[in-house]
Design a protein around this ligand. Structure first.
Ligand code: G3H
Length: 478
């Protein structure tokens, strides 16, 4: 009680000189669960300086040694899965089982990154000059990948551990230093994860983790001259960061309005199962959640009925009890979701269930006959509320999908593979899943968004490459 979790700088756990703390409110109890340090700009400067110094030596550390440390951190992370998962349950109301999976998935991700890194970075290129017109073979160009310097990682609340290590692992294997700014909800889980890297024995200063209010240190971090790369996952803040950041590579995964297009010939049981899993797991708080169903009128009634039957079976309650639907992350998030629901009600959507809310807990809700004039047709609720838009042609579905400012993922359900491929080609989104709900994983798959959904591509391989730069040495023969 009264304890404020320390931040991590120069290989040590420290209290901020600010003497101030940021409260983390448990979404279920709506009481303060934990408190973390409100770091000052001066402290951010110190972390940046230490990272810069440590990075120089780390870049010269043999690749196999860097991989060895990452494997060690991955193993420790998995050993600590229970206490970290407990933080996820208390801070972000993630169902207990999913919280454990997040940590295990994170350990696997770090190990895979270490293995992938030694292969990608262990290989360079040799070019000879006489392939370009007018040249003799008197120049040999040796190129390899070198680190960028200090990578700033800003993960979101919904995967405070997994979307942190998906940035930390690639940054470190590639020889970069890493400064982490965890989300407020999820900060303690993230600090515990950082502790696993600490226990693995990474050099002092190479990893820093600062906590605090985005409004106080957010811009200071993202505009800091010591930062050489920013990897961000979250909402609109990413767009603001992209406008303020300097000339550094950016990797961003922002929102999504992932569409699920359902054709008449689809396996309707498969469709219903994926709509429920895709739309409602972690109460819809995933950037890759199904956020709008675009369904051919002929099969709409049947699918809506099947989905409703499954929704009736979802358990609603506390994350500790492994409920399927748990409280959304903050009261303001619940209010936002409610605003979308009220707007849809006023404009005549069909409520398949009664709208019910207690505190931050919102019962699963399917809204049928949603029309384009409703906000929920376009905005992402990030909650357990899913709109169904009935369509009369595939073109209508594709048109709605492409009219969105987002373009993260989408999915199409049909037994006709030719149609599926044509629809996939026509959908303006970073990934299209055929006959399954959108998902980021497996974590080595490329993951990217078009339009307002992001910049660059993630996935283990792409992230390692993105956090490096090509360096050439040319041997000139007489
Ligand atoms: O919330 C955004 C995540 O990148 C989605 O990851 O598809 O594994 O839930 P997921």
């Amino acid at each position: 009680d009264g304890e404020v979790y320390k931040y991590y700088a120069d290989g040590e756990w420290r209290a901020s000189a600010s003497g101030k703390a940021v409260a983390i409110v448990n979404p279920t109890t709506r009481q303060t669960q934990y408190r973390v340090q409100a770091c000052t700009q001066e402290e951010v400067n110190k972390v940046m300086e230490a990272a810069k110094v440590a990075q120089k030596a780390w870049a010269r550390t043999p690749l196999w040694k860097r991989a060895e440390l990452l494997h060690k951190a991955a193993a420790i992370l998995k050993e600590h899965k229970a206490p970290i998962a407990e933080c996820l349950v208390k801070e972000i109301a993630k169902p207990a089982k999913d919280a454990v999976s997040e940590v295990v998935r994170s350990g696997d991700l770090v190990s895979y990154t270490a293995e992938e890194g030694v292969r990608i970075l262990g290989e360079g290129k040799l070019l000879v000059s006489d392939s370009f017109p007018g040249n003799e073979r008197n120049k040999y160009c040796l190129s390899s990948k070198v680190p960028l310097g200090v990578v700033l990682a800003i993960p979101p609340f919904n995967y405070p551990v997994n979307l942190a290590v998906s940035k930390i692992g690639p940054a470190l294997i590639a020889g970069n230093a890493l400064v982490l700014k965890p989300p407020t909800q999820g900060a303690v889980a993230a600090l515990h994860m950082v502790h696993c890297f600490h226990l693995a024995g990474f050099p002092k200063g190479l990893i820093g983790c600062v906590t605090g209010k985005g409004s106080e240190i957010g811009d200071f971090l993202t505009m800091h001259p010591g930062v050489n790369c920013i990897s961000f996952t979250g909402g609109d803040t990413g767009i603001a960061i992209s406008k303020k950041a300097g000339m550094v590579p950016l990797q961003m995964e922002l929102g999504g309005k992932d569409a699920c297009i359902v054709l008449e010939d689809a396996d309707l049981d498969l469709v219903a199962a994926n709509i429920v899993k895709g739309g409602f797991s972690y109460s819809g708080q995933r950037c890759t959640a199904v956020k709008v169903v675009l369904i051919m009128e002929a099969v709409a009634d049947a699918v809506v009925e099947k989905v409703n039957a499954k929704l009736a079976k979802l358990t609603v309650g506390a994350p500790e009890d492994n409920s399927d639907i748990t409280p959304v992350v903050t009261e303001s998030s619940a209010n936002f979701i409610e605003g979308l629901v009220i707007d849809a009600k006023e404009k005549g959507a069909t409520f398949c269930q009664e709208y019910r809310r207690e505190g931050n807990l919102i019962w699963p809700l399917l809204l049928d006959h949603v029309r384009p004039d409703m906000r929920i047709a376009w905005e992402e609720p990030f909650g357990p509320v899913l709109p169904v838009i009935r369509i009369n042609s595939v073109e209508e579905g594709i048109h709605h999908c492409n009219a969105s400012n987002f373009g993260l993922q989408g999915c199409v359900f049909t037994r006709d593979i030719n149609k599926a491929i044509m629809i996939s080609d026509a959908m303006e989104s970073g990934t299209v899943q055929i006959n399954s709900a959108p998902a980021r994983g497996p974590d080595h798959f490329p993951f990217q968004g078009l339009k307002d959904s992001g910049i660059g591509s993630q996935g283990i391989t792409n992230s390692i490459n993105m956090m490096t730069k090509v360096k050439s040495t040319v041997i000139n023969l007489p």
